[in-house]
Ligand binder design. Structure first.
Ligand code: FMN
Length: 197
């Protein structure tokens, strides 16, 4: 698949099948991600590849974070509604057979601008999405409140200025999986031309 076709036809698929994805396929995605540009060549991306029980463990951390925030908001996590929310949160990580958490680890080197480190990681994620699409995989870039949660960051081993840029859900699509309709806002409405005729 050529790159323009991949860009134009890629769409998120949130719930692929649970069919396993071979490690070599995941390695291809990571290799694509790692080709992204980074200012000063700092290579700030870090990948955490989760499958099997590792997804359960991440789900537990997401639920722990939600439990804390419910309590902070004065809601009772032990109530029937609270328990239902926690169960749903814990189950989110099971929506695909593989999750790739992409985190940003900003370099301490002189002249490095922190936000550019995060931008570079976002470029790495998009490379990963396009590579996955070109291989016929279903994928979805997710974040949500959990990606900011200390419970999750600590579990992934992040510290300091590290940030979670994406939780990429990856799997093989269900046969006949349909995409919800989405019309893009035309770039022409969002573009200013200067110096052109
Ligand atoms: C930074 C970022 C964070 C996202 N987080 C979520 C998320 O938490 N949950 C979700 O359902 N989709 C999330 N998405 C996916 C977008 O909703 C999706 O890409 C968008 O609707 C366009 O659909 P498409 O990917 O099929 O073109 C995220 C996308 C980006 C770029």
């Amino acid at each position: 698949m050529d790159v323009l076709t991949a860009i134009k036809t890629r769409r998120s698929i949130g719930r692929p099948s649970q069919k396993p994805v071979a490690r070599e396929v995941i390695e291809t995605l990571l290799d694509a991600a790692a080709q992204a540009p980074s200012h000063h060549n700092t290579f700030p991306w870090r990948f955490h590849v989760l499958t099997g029980d590792a997804r359960v463990a991440l789900g537990e951390r997401l639920a722990a974070a939600l439990r804390r925030s419910l309590a902070e908001e004065g809601q009772d996590p032990e109530s029937k509604q609270g328990q239902a929310l926690l169960k749903a949160e814990a189950g989110k990580t099971m929506r695909a057979p593989v999750l790739i958490a992409v985190s940003s680890h900003p370099s301490d080197a002189r002249d490095v601008v922190e936000r550019e480190e995060h931008f570079a990681c976002a470029a790495a994620v998009q490379n990963m999405l396009l590579a996955a699409h070109s291989l016929g995989l279903a994928m979805m870039w997710r974040t949500g409140d959990g990606s900011e949660a200390p419970e999750v960051k600590e579990w992934l081993g992040l510290a300091g200025r590290d940030q979670i840029i994406a939780l990429v859900y990856v799997g093989w699509p269900e046969p006949g999986a349909s995409l919800y309709p989405l019309t893009r806002r035309p770039w022409s409405e969002l573009t200013e031309w200067r110096g052109f005729d």
